[in-house]
Design a protein around this ligand. Structure first.
Ligand SMILES: C[S@@+](CC[C@H](N)C(=O)[O-])C[C@H]1O[C@@H](n2cnc3c(N)ncnc32)[C@H](O)[C@@H]1O
Length: 287
């Protein structure tokens, strides 16, 4: 039985994932931005809105939403990873956006002001909680009546070759991570199923789901084939398989890298960058 707790997931973000995310931020955040730029049009944040950003990471979306809500609005970004928030605070100061601030928090339990926010937003930040329902309930309490929850989450791994292709290659050589694997939470695809999402949102108190929209877009895997391979052997489902396989993972690394490189070469554009398809849900639910 897996007895991993939310604190274990939070430790994994702080202890294991930070250096990898720092190295590949330009890909992770850059690809997220492709999806959020499309979803913002539906989410429609307005000047004066107070917005909560759940699992805000480096806070890029907080700064973007901060501009949308202008100086008359407010954005609070919450995240459980110290190192991400240090960057977020620094970049926010440099941008001079006084309407944006950050708090180190576990989104499942953090005390938020009741009925305060017009919207609660998250780009890829809600898939890593031990209990997504508990975290969504916490956000529900913090929304004004009529406020909206605006989420961007990955669809299935089959719909996301940007993660799935490298995972399939890693699994040809290594076993899947076991029950005791160190992991950052239920995982990127834990909101992939529409029916489950609707049930979770209902359980959290959101009865009025106004938008469930599929967004498909190619995302950048690397500025070169070499970088695309580095990215996939360190981050995401394939990175987890290799890390959790320990010494055997390192032994198989050359052959895995070779096969991944062959795959990435088939997806290179004229400028040498590598791109693969990705797919998300943009979801809006009203309190
Ligand atoms: C995939 S990243 C997304 C970051 C950012 N929203 C973006 O789109 O670039 C997931 C984020 O959720 C945060 N996170 C994971 N579990 C959390 C929790 N229990 N409470 C708050 N933040 C959490 C992580 O630290 C990480 O920054």
């Amino acid at each position: 039985m897996n007895t991993t707790t939310n604190d274990d997931f939070i430790d994994c973000w702080n202890e294991i994932l930070v250096p990898k995310w720092n190295r590949f931020r330009h890909l992770l955040s850059g690809n997220g931005a492709i999806h959020s730029a499309i979803a913002y049009k539906d989410f429609g944040f307005r000047p004066g809105d107070k917005v909560l950003d759940i699992g805000c990471g480096y806070g890029e979306t907080c700064l973007e939403i901060g501009q949308q809500v202008t100086g008359t609005g407010e954005v609070l970004g919450i995240d459980c990873t110290d190192a991400f928030l240090a960057v977020a605070n620094d970049e926010c100061d440099r941008a001079g956006l006084r309407q944006v601030r950050f708090e180190l928090a576990d989104a499942q339990t953090h005390a938020l002001p009741p009925e305060y926010f017009d919207a609660a937003f998250s780009r890829f930040g809600v898939m890593f909680f031990q209990s997504a329902v508990m975290a969504m309930r916490n956000s529900h309490k913090a929304l004004k009546p009529g406020g909206t929850l605006c989420l961007i989450v990955w669809r299935t791994i089959r719909d996301n070759p940007c993660w799935g292709a490298a995972k399939e290659i890693a699994l040809k050589y290594l076993p899947p991570p076991g029950d005791a694997a160190r992991t950052c939470g239920p995982g990127p695809f834990s909101w992939a199923d529409e029916e489950t999402d609707r049930a979770m949102l209902k359980a959290a108190g959101f009865t009025n789901i106004e938008l469930f929209k599929r967004i498909d877009a190619d995302v950048r895997m690397g500025t070169t084939v070499e970088e695309a391979v580095d990215y996939q052997v360190l981050v995401g489902p394939s990175g987890e398989i290799i890390r959790e396989a320990g010494a055997e993972g390192q032994r198989k690394l050359p052959v895995i890298r070779e096969e991944m490189a062959a795959f990435m070469r088939r997806n290179v554009r004229a400028d040498g960058t590598v791109w693969l398809p990705s797919s998300t849900w943009a979801i809006m639910a009203r309190k």
